[in-house]
Design a protein around this ligand. Structure first.
Ligand code: UD1
Length: 426
């Protein structure tokens, strides 16, 4: 991969991975077809597809259009081999409890970006009358009398998939439930919209949900909302290469924190139509101060990408991570490309440099990989990024989209799905 070329052209944003995964889990709640439009063809979606198929869901696919049907749940066990690949697999726990009143799901285990426990998922499900034991690394969950009952739970800390998991069980519970302090992330909003199409009765007031449990749910057809993290990543790609990108299927309201920051430091961001955004930059951007937070604040999933931008900023930037406790794995790799970054706990000080240099680097997690691609796009010389399977977990065809806008980027396969390389040249 060779950097330094301003990106110019159009990129179409996919449906959101973080909405597609919980929406696919909804397929377990009904014996009717659930049609999802705009499913991104990324690694995490394939992993969940495999898990769902093992549980009895049949999935028909035509490009990004998926139809899921679970005539009968044939197994209520999700194995470690599958779940360890992707933490969001834990979503089948709530879905199986809702549909069958029992589930056995592997505990997800550690993760590159922090401890990431699932205690809130489990406490929320306990509040719906579910008994939970941990046996041999598995969560063994059962609803007495085979059906979850309504209950009340207030999340002591906001959890996006935690909110979804408890909701998955509550919509099919006997009686009413009330969930407080649920996430405000738009992917939860999209999930609730689809659930309502399936016949779920949910009322929402801010971060409180009232749910009237139903004895069964029907099918639905749903178009997945745009991926705000993919969108934010390409916004930074335009800025870091001093390029000019038109981003389609791009809802600006989903990324206002990123838009405001980019405008503040000197980039031009225009809403061309309600669905199209143009991002342009002509000079090195100013330094900035940024803090991640829950929606609508800056997404933690964009922190690594903005750090790549800060490495070439005019002055010293400060970045504070508040959601995860170990989300700076990209720092060492950016330093190998010539960045000057100092870390103190969850706070990074980034001293802007005039240039970055291509280097061999290693991807460590999904968004860290994206930040390395962005840095490589702006670096002098050639960068080789290893372990790009991390990138493929969440970005559909990133190198194709970037190459269409002028990037010199190429995938080299050494051992498929293990050690593929992205080579970027400038
Ligand atoms: C989701 C997103 C992920 C994003 C994150 C934060 C999906 C598939 N993934 O992850 O891309 O980075 O939201 O926006 O949608 N926590 C607990 N106990 C729990 C659950 C969470 O302590 O039971 C903590 C986590 O360790 C973290 C914080 O709560 O510090 C937020 O995590 P959470 O919102 O649950 O993240 P995910 O839903 O896993």
């Amino acid at each position: 991969m060779t950097g330094g070329i301003p990106l110019c052209g159009t990129i179409v944003i996919n449906g959101a991975k973080n909405a597609a995964l919980p929406l696919m889990a909804l397929g377990l709640l009904t014996d009717q077809p659930l049609a999802l439009e705009g499913v991104p063809l990324v690694g995490d979606v394939h992993t969940l597809q495999e898990i769902l198929e093992e549980l009895g869901t049949s999935i028909m696919r035509l490009h990004n259009y998926f139809v899921l049907k679970t005539h009968r749940v044939t197994s209520t066990r999700a194995s470690y081999e599958r779940v360890r690949k992707m933490r969001a697999s834990i979503l089948v726990l709530g879905a199986l409890l809702g549909r069958c009143g029992e589930a056995e799901v592997s505990l997800p285990g550690g993760c590159a970006i922090g401890a990431r426990p699932v205690n809130l998922h489990l406490d929320g499900l306990r509040a719906l009358g579910v008994t939970i034991d941990i046996e041999h690394g598995y969560i063994v969950a059962k609803a007495p009398k085979g059906r979850v009952r309504g209950g009340m739970y207030e999340f002591p800390k906001v959890s996006v998939t935690g909110s979804m998991n408890v909701l998955l069980a509550a919509v099919l519970a006997e009686g009413e439930s009330c969930l407080k302090n649920v996430a405000l992330e738009p992917e939860l909003g999209d999930f609730i919209t689809c659930l309502k199409k399936m016949g779920a009765v949910i009322e929402r007031e801010g971060s409180t949900l009232w749910i009237q449990g139903q004895s069964s749910l029907g099918g639905a057809q749903h178009k997945i909302l745009p991926d705000r993290i993919e969108l934010g990543t390409y916004m930074v790609a335009a800025a870091i290469t001093r390029g000019n990108l038109l981003l389609e299927n791009a809802d600006i309201s989903l990324v206002m924190a990123a838009v405001d920051l980019l405008r503040k430091i000197g980039a031009v961001v225009e809403e061309v139509t309600p669905n199209t955004i143009r991002v342009m930059a002509s000079d090195a951007l100013e330094a900035f101060s940024m803090r991640t937070g829950e929606f609508p604040e800056m997404a933690t999933d964009l922190q690594a990408q903005f750090m790549a931008l800060a490495t070439l900023g005019q002055g010293t930037s400060e970045i504070t991570e508040t959601i995860f406790d170990n989300r700076f794995m990209h720092v060492c790799e950016l330093i190998r490309m010539g960045a000057h970054i100092e870390l103190e706990g969850n706070h990074a000080v980034v001293f802007g440099q005039k240039r970055l240099m291509g280097a061999p680097v290693m991807a460590t997690d999904l968004r860290a990989s994206a930040s390395l691609v962005l840095a490589a796009l702006a670096a002098e010389g050639t960068t080789i990024i290893r372990r790009v399977y991390h990138l493929d977990r969440g970005y559909e065809g990133m190198e194709i989209k970037l190459a269409q806008c002028g990037a010199q980027i190429q995938r080299l396969t050494t051992q498929p799905e293990q050690d593929e390389l992205l080579v970027v040249r400038a």
